[in-house]
Design a binder for this molecule. Structure first.
Ligand code: 13P
Ligand code: SF4
Length: 356
């Protein structure tokens, strides 16, 4: 039963003490968040894994790419455990390392490596929501990782070093960030990995400022301008805030866009009585609603929109993991191979230096 699970988790945590740290993403369900030692967005969780030398192990309540990142940034002897190995991210799965390498070969053939002004012709940038292999690819090729909280600072970093950027795998975060920097949509061709030159002409690739990989988040893709219009019709004073994984039309119709921590902070600091419509995952929206009962907070999507893979971290998996740790075993350990980890770390350290 739920009560029994709660007792097991509480007892195991007490027995393990501070040597095991539970890290949780904001999208985790409340039954998990209540046990987390640290809760944050992707950037904050990466920082936490890097700066907790006292922990022998991290139980990572989030999705696979986040646990890989924690493994890469934490110490060699610190184990990172993902309670349910089926907790992946469908967006991260939309770019495989083979596809990314094929794209790079095509780009190098079309553009060459170094431009006339001595900068690189293209800088690879990958969203945190990608495999360690793709982060390593970026590290090896003069590129960088970004999160939704520092995407703009990262693109600025990239444009200091190169003429253009290829952005994996979320087209929406790439487009929204580039548009906010004043880049024209005509200079952002979409790269469809199954087509020669991504389905573009050589001229389009030459004229590009940001080449966008054709990936997206199935949760954030559900938000629409019509939902925002309905919210504004019903509550003329509503403030609409969305995650930048939403389509550009939605971000433009909203009053603000940012990472899950940005959304949390906006609501924390909202004036009493305000009305806020949110375009992001439902577990976070519901929790923020509970934390500020004096506000009217609702999710833009009337049909609930959970991230089904984040939801796969069920308390039963947490209990099982903690009990295994008590027994001295480390189940579901995420271990990125050394070579991949070393190259990824290069791209991740560049990212950590680009503060949100
Ligand atoms: P944040 O970095 O904003 O927490 O986003 C992670 C994510 O997967 C959003 O869908
Ligand atoms: Fe991936 Fe979207 Fe879930 Fe975030 S909300 S983990 S991008 S599927």
């Amino acid at each position: 039963s739920d009560d029994q699970l709660a007792d097991w988790i509480t007892a195991a945590r007490e027995a393990l003490g501070p040597r095991v740290q539970i890290l949780g993403h904001f999208y985790q369900r409340d039954e998990i968040v209540q046990y987390a030692d640290f809760v944050g967005d992707s950037f904050m969780l990466a920082q936490a894994a890097k700066s907790s030398p006292e922990a022998e192990a991290f139980v990572f309540c989030g999705v696979h790419f986040m646990a890989e990142t924690a493994d890469i940034l934490s110490g060699r002897d610190q184990a990172v455990i993902l309670p349910n190995l089926a907790a992946g991210c469908s967006m991260a799965d939309m770019a495989t390392i083979d596809q990314v390498e094929a794209c790079w070969r095509d780009l190098m053939a079309a553009l060459g490596t170094t431009a006339e002004d001595g900068r690189r012709t293209v800088i690879p940038v990958t969203y945190m929501n990608s495999s360690a292999a793709i982060k390593a690819f970026c590290g090896r090729n003069g590129g960088i990782v970004c999160t939704s909280s520092n995407a703009r600072a990262v693109l600025e970093w990239a444009f200091e070093r190169g003429q253009r950027v290829v952005f994996f795998p979320d087209q929406h975060l790439g487009r929204n960030t580039a548009k906010a920097m004043g880049i024209d949509e005509a200079e952002m061709p979409l790269w469809r990995p199954h087509l020669p030159l991504g389905g573009n002409t050589e001229q389009q690739v030459r004229d590009a400022r940001v080449i966008l990989w054709n990936g997206f988040c199935s949760v954030h893709k559900r938000f629409t301008v019509a939902q925002i219009e309905r919210a504004r019709a019903e509550y003329p004073d509503v403030r609409v805030i969305v995650h930048p994984e939403c389509p550009a039309s939605v971000v433009e119709a909203a009053d603000g866009a940012g990472s899950t921590e940005y959304i949390r902070r906006e609501i924390e600091h909202a004036a009493p009585g305000s009305v806020i419509a949110v375009g992001t995952e439902i577990n976070l929206v519901n929790r923020l609603q509970q934390q500020r009962p004096d506000l009217t907070i609702f999710c833009l999507d009337p049909v609930v929109c959970p991230c089904s893979t984040m939801y796969r971290i069920h308390p039963a998996y947490l209990a099982w993991t903690l009990e295994a740790l008590l027994d001295g075993s480390t189940p579901n350990r995420i271990s990125v191979p050394d070579g991949v980890a070393d190259d990824s770390r290069v791209a991740l350290e560049r990212m950590l230096a680009a503060k949100p």
